[in-house]
Design a protein around this ligand. Sequence first.
Ligand SMILES: [Cu+2]
Length: 162
Amino acid sequence: MFKRHTILAIALLSSLIGFNAMANQAADLEIENPFVREMPPTAPATGAFMTMINSSDQDIAIVSAKSDAAKTVELHTHTHDNGVMRMREIPKILVPAMGQAELKPGGLHIMLINPTRALKEGDEVRIVVTLKDGSEQEIIAPVRKIMGMGQHKGMGHGMKNM
Ligand SMILES: [Cu+2]
């Protein structure tokens, strides 16, 4: 009897520990060097960039993002179609186990569409990302001017330099 109870207790304990580890992947996600690109006040959108680092042994998927600085927030990537660079929305950004995802101009980014206020250098933008397990992480991204990076002709949905 004693032995059976011990085994039960261990099984219960390990399932609880397992549940806790699964319940908050955000705890394993580290955000480095976040920033939002400064755009002219009339620009219809801007992008947020950062390095996402996953210190766990399981892949982490970012499935959505929100911010009070923009009416619509989407996860985007760039594709090349016959030499033309376009942006498109993607369902998730994958941060591989023990690896990282680089969000940078010309690549993956968080798109801030229809900004609710002018975003000037020196401002800070609060972005909350939601992970596939439902946990959330807050990111405070300073607004920065960026010149001469990721410039392409024929950008998708009429925006430059994202
Ligand atoms: Cu975009």
